[in-house]
Design a protein around this ligand. Structure first.
Ligand SMILES: [Zn+2]
Length: 361
């Protein structure tokens, strides 16, 4: 299974013990991803309808993730569609990526993994590791939502709670990694991006066309990059003429990518992470920041910030449509008025995490 470095573009054979390129860059799948509608197998569950487009060496681990509903958001504006990616086995979009990422690790014979997470990625990894019979140790910030921590523990993962900012959980994992082990990072594993690209392919299939724009929460930016790779594949194969504008949304309290985008910078601007109810995007230093900024610029998109009260209002507005998401899952809703252009016919909002995961505030 070949991969390449997103920075120096060296190709390599996938080896889970080499979690990033020797140059320090993150691995990504070989691009553009292969897409051919004739390879779709509609009878296979969820993301596995696209399995014939993927390396045959994968050992599929599935809990039925993917093929989530795409529904009109509300009657007031027929251009707006909501992709309900919170309707997943563990209640977040992460399952698309985890299923593919863990299937790649299993193909390499891995039976024990570590990861660092603020909650949803850890819960997702715990579930798929349980399914695969892989032991998982998760480093989580002590401030993570209790429901998410309980979710991981109930599925058999070993939890290491780390006080302080989110970055401290990563630092603690790095210390442990010096003594050995496999870092099944939900940020560095390139096959996770391959799994997340299916969100773009589903949107294209469900609409019968490409959207004009897609709006997604932006923390580590894995969904954002997965969408980019998915639409890039559709364009390369001639299914869409141009890429949809991709909009990322960050919380004002922690917005290294929005600041860099506005400043025209190549890399994220370092920030001190503040408190936000959108805990899933509380990422001060996203390792794939450069690629996220490139993707936003290539597509003609943008990166917005929203205030805490805007996030709360968006979460409530969605709930009043019967869509119960966590605060992070409401970020696209909070930003859509700034993203939609007069000529747009279809704009998709990514709703990413279930409201059942966090206390109602
Ligand atoms: Zn490299």
């Amino acid at each position: 299974m070949d991969i390449r470095c997103a920075r120096c573009h060296r190709t390599a054979s996938y080896d889970p013990s080499v979690w990033r390129c020797p140059c320090g860059g993150p691995w990504e799948p070989i691009r553009p991803l292969l897409f051919d509608h004739r390879a779709i197998q509609p009878h296979r569950p969820g993301i596995w309808r696209y399995a014939d487009l993927w390396p045959s060496a994968l050992r599929p681990i599935s809990l039925g993730e993917g093929w989530t509903p795409l529904i009109p958001l509300h009657r007031a504006d027929p251009r707006l569609w909501a992709k309900l990616d919170y309707l997943m086995p563990t209640g977040s979009y992460k399952d698309r990526g985890t299923a593919a990422g863990l299937s790649a690790l299993l193909a390499q014979g891995v039976d024990e993994v570590m990861d660092d997470s603020s909650g949803n990625a850890g819960a997702s990894l715990a579930a798929y590791a349980a399914r695969a019979g892989i032991r998982a140790t998760l480093f989580v910030p002590a401030h993570a939502a209790p429901a998410k921590k309980a979710q991981m523990q109930r599925m058999g993962a070993r939890l290491v709670e780390v006080p302080g900012p989110r970055a401290q959980a990563t630092a603690a994992l790095m210390e442990t990694l010096k003594e050995g082990g496999i870092y099944a990072s939900h940020v560095y594993n390139p096959f996770i991006l391959m799994g997340l690209a299916t969100a773009a392919w589903e949107i294209w299939e469900q609409l019968g066309r490409g959207p004009d724009a897609v709006i997604a929460p932006l923390g580590h930016g894995m969904l954002f990059l997965g969408l980019f790779l998915g639409f890039e594949a559709l364009q390369a194969a001639g299914y869409i003429e141009r890429l949809p504008r991709l909009y990322g949304v960050q919380a004002e309290a922690c917005a290294p990518l929005a600041r860099a985008f506005a400043a025209g910078a190549e890399d994220p601007v370092p920030v001190v992470e503040g408190e936000t109810i959108a805990e899933g995007v509380r990422i001060a230093s996203p390792p794939r920041g450069r690629e996220i900024l490139q993707a936003a610029r290539i597509t003609g998109g943008n990166i917005f910030t929203v205030a805490e009260e805007e996030i709360r209002a968006a979460q409530t507005a969605l709930a009043h449509q019967g869509l119960f998401v966590e605060p992070t899952g409401a970020l696209a809703m909070a930003a859509w008025p700034r993203a939609v252009q007069d000529t747009d016919r279809v704009v998709v909002l990514m709703l990413t995490g279930s409201g059942l995961k966090t206390p109602v505030r």
